[in-house]
Design a binder for this molecule. Structure first.
Ligand SMILES: Nc1nc2c(ncn2[C@@H]2O[C@H](COP(=O)(O)OP(=O)(O)OP(=O)(O)O)[C@@H](O)[C@H]2O)c(=O)[nH]1
Ligand SMILES: [Mg+2]
Length: 203
């Protein structure tokens, strides 16, 4: 939940990385953690992980400098993508201010992407949030696989599947190489902070 601390001149926002299992949400956070200076980021915490599968969530706090004299603190979370962990996804979504939906470019994951987006819309509704109103950015991850023999979806097809109605910013990426990770983070931070700032100052 976003809040503003006037004594510290600080705004805090919560951004959740959502998407199908094995899409690359945790890899995004690991990449951000690795690239950012210690003065900017806190420690990354992964709660309950089995191998590389998230069973509850990952958490990474960032201090993104200041906008209009307010210090911006962002908390990044990931949800577990596996279908059976919906209760955890609902918990992690509580108080969300902005979302990165990480879709998997592998062709075999086409339906998983669509299902995960529908599941997200449903869970947002449960929090009285509208998918068309919340700050949202899509990332089409694993574009590096286009160089191999494994069939992947074209960006156009992913746009049709996932972004036809929403028309939100979408970035191709390869979280494993760091490509697109910071473009995605920059955009979601910008639009989330803008909305949070407007909402909190209106109250
Ligand atoms: N080739 C390739 N592999 C990737 C990329 N991003 C992630 N992976 C791999 O995909 C697997 C799953 O990545 P994770 O980041 O753990 O996926 P997740 O979305 O957190 O998965 P859950 O925690 O189960 O929801 C790992 O083996 C990653 O190394 C990418 O851009 N390209
Ligand atoms: Mg994960």
């Amino acid at each position: 939940m976003a809040f503003i601390d006037f004594s510290k001149r600080e705004i805090q926002c919560k951004i959740v990385y959502y998407g199908p299992g094995r899409g690359g949400k945790t890899t995004n956070l690991l990449c951000i953690h690795k690239a950012m200076n210690k003065s900017v980021r806190g420690e990354m915490v992964s709660i309950n992980t089995k191998g590389d599968r998230t069973l509850f969530f990952d958490f990474l706090p960032l201090s993104l400098g200041s906008i209009r004299n307010m210090n911006i603190k962002i908390q990044l979370y990931t949800v577990p993508g596996q279908t059976m962990y919906n209760a955890s996804r609902k918990l992690v979504l509580k108080g969300v201010d902005g979302i990165v939906f990480v879709a998997d470019s592998l062709r075999v994951r086409k339906d998983n992407n669509i299902e995960a987006l529908a599941n997200m819309e449903e869970n947002l509704k449960g929090e009285h949030l509208d998918i068309t109103q919340i700050p949202l950015v899509l990332q089409y991850n694993k574009r590096d696989l286009s160089e191999g023999d494994i069939p992947i979806l074209s960006v156009e097809e992913m746009q049709q599947d996932l972004n036809g109605r929403l028309r939100v910013p979408a970035f191709p990426g390869s979280a494993i190489n760091g490509n697109g990770v910071f473009e995605t983070l920059r955009e979601i931070s910008k639009i989330t902070v803008k909305q949070v700032h407007e909402k909190l100052l209106k109250r």
